[in-house]
Design a protein around this ligand. Structure first.
Ligand SMILES: *[C@@H]1O[C@H](CO)[C@@H](O)[C@H](O)[C@H]1NC(C)=O
Ligand SMILES: *[C@@H]1O[C@H](CO)[C@@H](O)[C@H](O)[C@H]1NC(C)=O
Ligand SMILES: *[C@@H]1O[C@H](CO)[C@@H](O)[C@H](O)[C@H]1NC(C)=O
Ligand SMILES: *[C@@H]1O[C@H](CO)[C@@H](O)[C@H](O)[C@H]1NC(C)=O
Ligand SMILES: *[C@@H]1O[C@H](CO)[C@@H](O)[C@H](O)[C@H]1NC(C)=O
Ligand SMILES: *[C@@H]1O[C@H](CO)[C@@H](O)[C@H](O)[C@H]1NC(C)=O
Ligand SMILES: *[C@@H]1O[C@H](CO)[C@@H](O)[C@H](O)[C@H]1NC(C)=O
Length: 506
C-alpha cells in the first residue's frame, strides 16, 4: 500500500477554504526512492521548498507545501489509488516518480484527465507508442537527444565500428535515432543484450574477440559500473578501447581501480556545478547519505534528486507568473467525478514558457513538453577524476575542446611500457654472443635495437623486446586468422600479460 509519509490532517473546512482562496501552493511528489542509501529525492524536495519559502521575493505570495507519497513498488493499481488520495488535496502539479515506468505512465494519464500538470524526471519509455499528454512535462533529456549526442561523439572520434551493450529490451527503441544514424552512414553497429543473470562477462569476451574497440553502454549507472569493472578484469580497459556511457549519471560511476589513463571513457552530465546552490545541495545530500548509508561512499548527487529540485522551481515559477493575470484557486478533485482543474491548461501554457537556470542547467521546454535549449556536458574519466572535454547543445550540436585533442606524440607514450614483438633477423635484431648471461632487452643488439633505444629516450617510454612465439612474420590461414607477428597484433595477445601498454611491431 502506498504510504502517506507526511501525514497531514485534512478537515473538510480546510478543503472548502482552499477551494476559494489558497493559503498554500500545494504540490504532490510521488517517490520511489529507497530509504537506505537513497538518491536523496525527499531531501532535495525539502531543500527546494525551504529555499523558495525563505527567499525574500516570496513576500505576499503563497507558501509552498509539498505532500510526499512513497510508492513501494511499480504498480499501476496502487499508484492509481495514491492518485485518488492526492486529487482531493487540490494540488497544482504532481512530480515524479524517477524509476517506476508503469506508475509514471498511470500518473500521466490521470493527470491528463484531470488537467493537472505532471512532471516526469525519468527518461521516457516507448515514446512512440504512448500518446504524450499535454499535461506531461519531462525534465529528463529525451532519448532522441542522447542518441544524437552519442552519434556526434562517435563521429568526432572517427569510430565507424561500435558495439552497443543494452541492459533492457527497450534499449533499441529508445536509441532508435542512433541506430538510424548507423544505417545512414553504413557504419557497423553490433548490439549485445545483457541477459537475466546480469553478468556482462560473456558479452564482453565476445566484444573482445570481435575486436570491436568502441563500446556504447545503455544502462543505469550501477549496471554501467559493473560492466566497466568486469571489462577491467578482462584486460579491456586499455588504450585500444573507447567506452561511451549513455546514462546521465556518469559522475556516479566510480572507477577508482582503473589505472590505464589512456583508455577513453566518456559520459554525459547536465549538472551545472557553478549554480549558486549546487555546492550546498551536494553537501546536504552527502551529509544525509553518510548518516543513513555507512557501507558505501557518497559519489555525488543523483540526477533524479536534482531534477526534482528543478521541477519544484519550475512549477512555482509558472504558478506565480500565471497568478499575476488570474487569481488561481485550487480545487479538490476526486477520482469519482468528472471534474477537471479549470486552471490546468493555463498553467501548462505558462510552464511551457518557463525559463530558469536550475541545478541541471538551463530549463526550458518545447511544445512537446521536452527539455529544449540545454546542453549535455561531455565528460572524460581521467586518473584525477572527471574532466569536461566538450558539450553537445540541442540546437548548436557538438563542440569539443580541441586543445585537448591536439595530438602530442611526445606525451602520449610517456612512462608507458610497450611490448615490442619481433623476429630475429640480421642485421636488424640479433642475439648477442653472450646473451645467456644477460636478461631482458640487454640480450639483443642490432639496428632495430639501437633505433628503439633512441626513440625510447626521445619519447620517454619503456619497452620489452619479445620474440614472436612461432618465429614468423605471419601469413593468413584458411580460416581467416593470421600466424606470426601479425597474428599476435591482431589478437592483441601482446598487451594482455602486461595488463596495459600499446603493442608495436617492427
Ligand atoms: C496569487 O496572488 C494573490 C494576491 O496577489 C495571493 O494572495 C495568492 O497567495 C497568490 N497565489 C499563489 C498560489 O501564489
Ligand atoms: C578524425 O578524422 C579526421 C580526418 O581524417 C582527423 O582530422 C581528426 O583528427 C580525427 N579525429 C580524431 C579525434 O582522431
Ligand atoms: C549555471 O548557473 C548559474 C546560475 O547560478 C548561471 O549563471 C550559469 O549561466 C549556469 N551555467 C550553465 C553552464 O548553465
Ligand atoms: C562527502 O563528505 C565527506 C566528509 O564530510 C568528504 O570527505 C567527501 O569528499 C564528500 N564527498 C563528495 C562526493 O562530495
Ligand atoms: C608536447 O609535450 C611536450 C612534453 O610535455 C611539451 O614540451 C610540448 O610543448 C607539447 N607540445 C604541444 C604541441 O603541446
Ligand atoms: C611512471 O610509472 C611508474 C609505474 O607505473 C610510476 O610509479 C611513476 O610514478 C611514473 N612516473 C611518472 C613521472 O609519472
Ligand atoms: C585457424 O586455423 C589454425 C590452423 O590452420 C588453427 O591453429 C587456429 O586455431 C584456427 N583458428 C580458429 C579461430 O579456428
Amino acid at each position: 500500500m502506498p504510504r502517506v509519509s507526511a501525514p497531514l490532517v485534512l478537515l473538510p473546512v480546510w478543503l472548502v477554504t482552499v477551494a476559494c482562496s489558497p493559503h498554500a501552493l500545494r504540490i504532490a511528489a510521488i517517490l520511489d526512492d529507497p530509504m537506505e542509501c537513497s538518491r536523496g529525492e525527499r531531501l532535495s524536495i525539502t531543500l527546494a521548498k525551504n529555499r523558495i519559502n525563505r527567499a525574500p521575493e516570496r513576500l505576499g505570495k503563497a507558501k509552498v507545501e509539498v505532500d510526499i507519497f512513497e510508492l513501494l513498488r511499480d504498480s499501476e493499481y496502487e499508484t492509481a489509488e495514491t492518485m485518488c488520495q492526492i486529487l482531493p488535496k487540490g494540488v497544482v502539479a504532481v512530480l515524479g516518480p524517477s524509476s517506476s515506468p508503469a506508475s509514471s505512465s498511470i500518473i500521466s494519464n490521470i493527470c491528463g484527465e484531470k488537467e493537472v500538470p505532471h512532471f516526469k524526471v525519468a527518461p521516457e519509455e516507448f515514446i512512440k507508442f504512448q500518446l504524450q499528454r499535454f499535461t506531461t512535462l519531462n525534465l529528463h533529456p529525451s532519448n532522441t537527444d542522447i542518441s544524437v549526442a552519442v552519434a556526434g561523439v562517435l563521429n568526432f572520434f572517427n569510430c565507424t565500428t561500435a558495439c552497443l551493450v543494452c541492459a533492457k529490451a527497450e534499449c533499441l527503441l529508445n536509441l532508435e535515432k542512433l541506430l538510424r544514424q548507423f544505417l545512414i552512414s553504413k557504419d557497423t553497429l553490433s548490439v549485445r543484450m545483457l541477459d537475466d543473470t546480469r553478468d556482462p562477462t560473456p558479452l564482453l569476451k565476445e566484444i573482445r574477440d570481435d575486436k570491436t574497440a568502441t563500446v556504447i553502454v545503455h544502462a543505469s549507472a550501477s549496471v554501467s559500473h559493473t560492466i566497466l569493472l568486469k571489462a577491467a578484469e578482462l584486460g579491456m580497459v586499455s588504450a585500444y578501447y573507447t567506452y561511451i556511457f549513455t546514462n546521465l549519471e556518469f559522475s556516479l560511476q566510480s572507477v577508482d581501480s582503473l589505472v590505464d589513463d589512456r583508455v577513453n571513457i566518456l559520459g554525459f552530465s547536465i549538472f551545472n556545478q557553478s549554480h549558486t546552490f549546487f555546492q550546498e545541495f551536494a553537501q546536504s545530500l552527502n551529509q544525509s547519505w553518510q548518516e543513513n548509508c555507512d557501507h558505501a561512499p557518497f559519489r555525488g548527487p543523483a540526477l533524479s534528486s536534482a531534477l526534482l529540485f528543478d521541477a519544484l522551481y519550475a512549477v512555482v515559477t509558472a504558478v506565480r507568473e500565471l497568478n499575476r493575470s488570474q487569481e488561481i484557486g485550487v480545487k479538490a478533485l476526486s477520482c469519482g467525478s468528472a471534474q477537471i482543474w479549470q486552471h490546468g491548461t493555463s498553467l501548462m501554457n505558462y510552464l511551457r514558457m518557463v525559463e530558469l537556470e536550475g541545478l541541471t542547467g538551463h530549463i526550458e521546454f518545447n511544445s512537446k513538453g521536452q527539455r529544449s535549449n540545454y546542453a549535455l556536458k561531455i565528460l572524460q574519466f581521467t586518473r584525477n577524476g572527471f574532466r569536461q572535454i566538450g558539450q553537445w547543445h540541442v540546437a548548436d550540436g557538438l563542440s569539443m575542446d580541441s586543445g585537448l585533442y591536439a595530438s602530442n606524440t611526445s606525451n602520449s607514450l610517456f612512462n608507458t611500457t610497450l611490448v615490442v614483438t619481433t623476429i630475429l633477423e640480421n642485421p636488424y635484431l640479433m642475439l648477442k654472443g653472450n646473451h645467456q648471461e644477460m636478461e631482458g632487452n640487454d640480450r639483443y643488439e642490432g639496428f632495430c635495437v639501437d633505433m628503439l633505444k633512441e626513440l625510447a629516450e626521445i619519447l620517454r617510454f619503456n619497452y620489452r623486446i619479445r620474440l614472436v612465439g612461432d618465429g614468423v612474420y605471419g601469413v593468413p590461414e584458411a580460416n581467416g586468422t593470421w600466424t606470426g607477428m601479425v597474428g599476435e597484433l591482431i589478437t592483441r595477445k601482446l598487451c594482455r600479460p602486461e595488463g596495459s601498454g600499446k603493442k608495436y611491431s617492427k
